[in-house]
Design a protein around this ligand. Structure first.
Ligand code: AMP
Length: 299
C-alpha cells in the first residue's frame, strides 16, 4: 500500500559551525517521502517554483516517488534557512520564504484520494486539513507540526488533532502545547486532545510512544558525528509510515518496529547535509542498523 505525504517541498540553506550549504533539497515532505520510499510506494503532494533544480526532481524519481501531485508553478520554491549552534541541538531559523506555498490549495487526483496511509508532514494546519478533507477512507492518518503553528494556528491544529490516528511532535512542542515539563504527563494531556497514538521525539535521545497497549521507548541510533540534523524528525515519521504501510498485521502490532526503522533512517539523515546521505543508502544499510539497535536494547 502506498503512503500519501503532504508537506513542504523546499530549498534549504543550512549553516553549521563547520560548513554552509545553500539551496539543498529539503522540506518536511521531501525528507519524509525519501525515508518512506525505502519501505513502500509514495505519493508526494507539494508545490515547487520554476527555480526548483531539475536534478532534485530526478532525485525524487530515482526513489520512485509518485510526482503526479507535485505542482510546478511560476514563482519561487519555498526557501528555508537555519543555523546550528556548536552542539548541533539548537537551531535558529534565519529565513522562511513561503513562495509558491503561500496560495497552494491542491486538488488531489482520484488515485491519491484512495491512499490508506496518510502523512500530514509539517506544514500549515489549514493545508493539512485541506488534504485530509479529500481522502476517501484513510486507514491511518499521522501528522507532524512545529512551534510556528502552535504560535499562529493553534485553533486549526487543535481541530486537526481530533481527526488523527497519530500525532508526532518534539519535546519542546509538547511542552508548549500542554505546559507540562514531564513528558509522560504531556503524553496523557495530548491523548485527551484526540489522537490514539502520540509520539514525542527527543532528538538524539530517541522518542516515546504512547498508545492503546501502553508506552514504548525508541532509541536513537548512537552516532559519533552529526553533520546536519535537518529533516531527522521528518525522516523518522516518513520511515515509520512507510514501514507501517507494507507490514502485515495491525498498526498496533507493528508500530514499535516501525519506529525503530524510522529512527534508523533518521540516523542516516543526520550524517550528511540535507538529503545527501539518505539518498545514498539502501534497504540493507537500514536493516543492518536496525539489527544493531535491537542488540543495543535487548536485556
Ligand atoms: P526538522 O529538522 O525535522 O524540523 O525539519 C526541517 C525541515 O522543515 C526543513 O527541510 C525545512 O524546509 C522545513 N521547514 C522549516 N520551516 C517550515 C515551515 N514553516 N513549514 C513547513 N516546513 C518547514
Amino acid at each position: 500500500m502506498s503512503v500519501l505525504i503532504v508537506g513542504s517541498t523546499a530549498l534549504d540553506s543550512i549553516k553549521t559551525p563547520r560548513a554552509e550549504n545553500p539551496r539543498l533539497l529539503g522540506g518536511s515532505a521531501s525528507h519524509a517521502a525519501v525515508a518512506a520510499s525505502f519501505f513502500s510506494p509514495v505519493q508526494l503532494v507539494g508545490v515547487v517554483g520554476g527555480d526548483f533544480p531539475r536534478r532534485y526532481l530526478a532525485l525524487y524519481k530515482r526513489r520512485r516517488i509518485d510526482l503526479e501531485a507535485l505542482q510546478i508553478l511560476p514563482g519561487k520554491t519555498f526557501h528555508w534557512s537555519g543555523e546550528y549552534e556548536s552542539n548541533m541541538n539548537h537551531r535558529r531559523t534565519l529565513l522562511t520564504e513561503l513562495g509558491v506555498f503561500e496560495t497552494f490549495t491542491p486538488t488531489l487526483p482520484k488515485s491519491h484520494q484512495a491512499a490508506r496511509y496518510v502523512l500530514l508532514a509539517n506544514i500549515a494546519p489549514g493545508l493539512q486539513h485541506h488534504v485530509l478533507d479529500q481522502m476517501q477512507r484513510p486507514k491511518f492518518v499521522a501528522a507532524d507540526t512545529m512551534d510556528l503553528w502552535l504560535n499562529i494556528a493553534l485553533p486549526e491544529l487543535l481541530k486537526l488533532l481530533k481527526r488523527l490516528d497519530a500525532f508526532v511532535l518534539n519535546d519542546s512542542e509538547a511542552h508548549q502545547l500542554t505546559k507540562e515539563e514531564n513528558v509522560f504527563a504531556a503524553l496523557k494531556k495530548i491523548h485527551k486532545l484526540g489522537p490514539k497514538y502520540v509520539i514525542i521525539k527527543k532528538g538524539s535521545h530517541g522518542s516515546i510512544l504512547s498508545g492503546p497497549r501502553g508506552s514504548f521507548i525508541c532509541p536513537a541510533y548512537p552516532l559519533r558525528k552529526v553533520v546536519d540534523p535537518t529533516g531527522a524528525g521528518d525522516s523518522f515519521v516518513g520511515g515509520m509510515m512507510g514501514y507501517l504501510a507494507t507490514a502485515k498485521g495491525s498498526v498496533e502490532d507493528n508500530i514499535r518496529r516501525a519506529m525503530i526503522y524510522g529512527s534508523v533512517v533518521a540516523s542516516f539523515c543526520c550524517e550528511g547535509f540535507g538529503l545527501t546521505r539518505t539518498t545514498k543508502i539502501n534497504r540493507s544499510h537500514i536493516n543492518q542498523r536496525a539489527k544493531e539497535l535491537e542488540k543495543l536494547t535487548r536485556f
